[in-house]
Design a protein around this ligand. Sequence first.
Ligand code: HEM
Length: 284
Amino acid sequence: MYPWQDYSGRLSPLKLAVFVALFLPALWTAFAFGMGWLQPRPFTEAIHQVGLWMLRFLCIALAITPLRQIVQWPRLILVRRMIGVAAFAYGLAHITLYVADLKFDVAKAASEIALRIYLTIGFAALLGLAALAATSTDAMVRRLGARRWQRLHRLVYAIALLAIVHYCMQSKLNLWEPTIMAGIYAWLIGYRLLVQLVGVRGKLPLAWVGALSLAAPVLTALGEAVYFWLALGVDPVRVLSANWSLVVGWRPAAIVLGLGLAVTAIGAGRALVPVIGKRLPRFA
Ligand code: HEM
């Protein structure tokens, strides 16, 4: 079966579109590298681009389960494995570029990974992703059995957390996008926790999705304030109050709020569709 085919062997436009899209950031980075647009530190810039996309794909893969439930689009599951495997492939490219930047001095790379904590954390995340990618085939699912496979693949939550910590640590003070990622991660984990607590047949009622979408930005803003307080001694009230103004641009909490509310609104719209569909014939 080709990556663009569904289980019945037919061409799936969704799978084809996602398959092509997954290559685009890598192709763009390779092109920019070749054209010399990533100067003055092309390897570092390429490591950044590829690492960023890796984490974005990881978060998108984690978003598939909530989205297919909220948007009522079960076929989205068809692309989850592909996106997860792409995240791992970008991870391989990320570490290869890192070793290439050290002129392929593998011993130096190994000692850096052992000594620099942010690299050790990134490496642990990559090893975890390798285990998930290696067990992602249908044959491996059958061999492990659905239960053990699912238990193993729950590792993805820890892997994504390690990846976000790695991202935050290497970003030092430029924490705008890492904070957004952390907020999105909080939403994604919160969704799963709430499904366990208040879910109905494994789904989260829309009112709870809305509540989660309000809680995640609050956590994002608090996390950001605590980080700046602990790392730099900045008054947390100052960092928190920056969220009420757009003078310093869109704060991470505002973006997390916007994304959560957009998903909730789409879910509400989607929930109305069958109602409208049922009513239409009466007026027709
Ligand atoms: C799941 C695993 C990993 C993920 C998701 C990940 C993700 C990222 C992200 C998002 C960035 C920052 C991009 C930016 O600032 O624009 C980054 C930077 C970086 N990562 Fe990773 N990474 C992972 C594993 C690794 C590993 C295994 C290594 C090498 C051993 C590594 C080495 C680096 C380096 C050297 C940087 C740039 C640091 C700097 O410029 O000072 N990463 N990574």
